[in-house]
Design a protein around this ligand. Structure first.
Ligand code: ZN
Length: 107
């Protein structure tokens, strides 16, 4: 993922509307790119800070952002692996079914 693509996805990531494929790429990018991580932190501070102006409790947005990144990453990774396993099972069953059919009509 390029920095431009990454910056385009920041808002979707913060809204939890980024799909799992993009989430994995997005998080891998921000973890390795200081610029995009900084951009993400700023956007997060602004959006969360504004939401919580009314509730004047203290909060640690930096930790919260990292929690959010970790959770989203684990969830997206899990989902990606899950779909991969389901996809593999479908291929295996299709193969077995084809094999089964070919033995039925072999004679
Ligand atoms: Zn970047």
């Amino acid at each position: 993922m390029t920095c431009n693509e990454c910056k385009k996805y920041i808002k979707d990531f913060l809204d939890d509307s980024l799909n799992y494929r993009h989430t994995v790429d997005f998080i891998e990018h921000v973890r390795s790119c200081e610029d995009c991580m900084e951009e993400l932190s700023i956007e997060y501070l602004v959006s969360e800070g504004l939401k919580r102006l009314d509730t004047a409790t203290s909060f640690d947005l930096d930790t919260e952002l990292h929690d959010k990144i970790d959770k989203s990453y684990n969830k997206a990774k899990f989902y990606k692996n899950f779909l991969f396993i389901i996809g593999s099972l479908i291929v295996i069953f299709a193969f077995l079914f084809g094999f089964f059919l070919s033995t039925l009509f072999a004679y």
